[in-house]
Design a protein around this ligand. Structure first.
Ligand code: ZN
Length: 243
């Protein structure tokens, strides 16, 4: 799905037939500076991602120059290692999530309780391969791609979560700092967000941007009154944390 010039959202079915919803990866095409994929699905989804790259942007995995991870969670980095092997893409992430992505630390949210509740995650975890991070992205960094991309540090969902703001088309790639359902914007999923107070502060930071389109990894595209919806979510999330 094309959301702006050279910007595509790639919905990848989470389970078979999409019964468990979709993961919404983003592709940024840039002929001069190389193509960028934001997040990389669950382990074993490299073929589905390759197909989506072709359908949306007419490119293959080999044409990826870089992969940016919004954060360390399994459903975001899962096929990263396979895609890097096929493409030689550079990997970019925030330093606070890097030890988890590189396999030095166990993924933060994988606990015995979580595996008990969601046994299907055990298989995903077993298939997860560590990925070397080539470049750190810190708050305020600017990537000279697609008219300029600003890195916004949005911790809370994980300690090193980042969001990306594409300045020219005013697109916000929110990762899991925000969620959506049928075009309605919501705050981060509290049951998957260890630090809800920090996450609420991150939402406030995002609301300072002038946004036309928001891409939520879980829930997809929000383009109806994006600024207004963001302000509403700030109200809701700050109430949720009791101040
Ligand atoms: Zn996620």
């Amino acid at each position: 799905m094309k959301i702006a010039e050279d910007i595509y959202v790639l919905p990848i079915p989470r389970g078979s037939q999409g019964a468990d919803g979709f993961l919404n990866l983003t592709l940024i095409l840039d002929d001069d500076n190389g193509n960028t994929l934001i997040d990389a699905g669950l382990p074993g989804q490299e073929e589905a991602i390759g197909g989506a790259l072709g359908d949306a942007g007419g490119i293959g995995v080999r044409d990826l120059r870089r992969i940016i991870f919004t954060h360390q969670d399994l459903d975001h980095i899962g096929s990263g290692a396979a895609l890097v092997r096929q493409s030689g893409a550079r990997v970019l992430a925030h330093p606070a999530d890097t030890p988890y992505i590189e396999g030095e630390l166990r993924p933060l949210k994988v606990t015995p309780e979580m595996l008990e509740q969601r046994p299907q995650m055990r298989e995903a975890l077993e298939r997860l391969e560590p990925i070397d991070v080539d470049e750190y992205l810190e708050d305020g960094a600017r990537l000279e791609l697609a008219g300029g991309i600003r890195v916004i540090f949005t911790p809370g969902h994980t300690p090193g979560h980042l969001s990306l703001y594409l300045e020219r088309p005013k697109v916000l790639i929110a990762g899991d700092a925000l969620t959506a359902e049928g075009g309605r914007l919501n705050g981060p999923n509290p049951s998957a967000t260890p630090d809800v107070g920090e996450a609420a502060r991150s939402v406030s930071r995002l609301a300072e941007l002038d946004v036309e389109t928001i891409v939520c990894y879980h829930g997809g595209v929000v383009d109806e009154d994006a600024n207004g919806q963001l302000r509403r979510v700030v109200q809701e999330t700050s109430r949720g944390r009791g101040d």
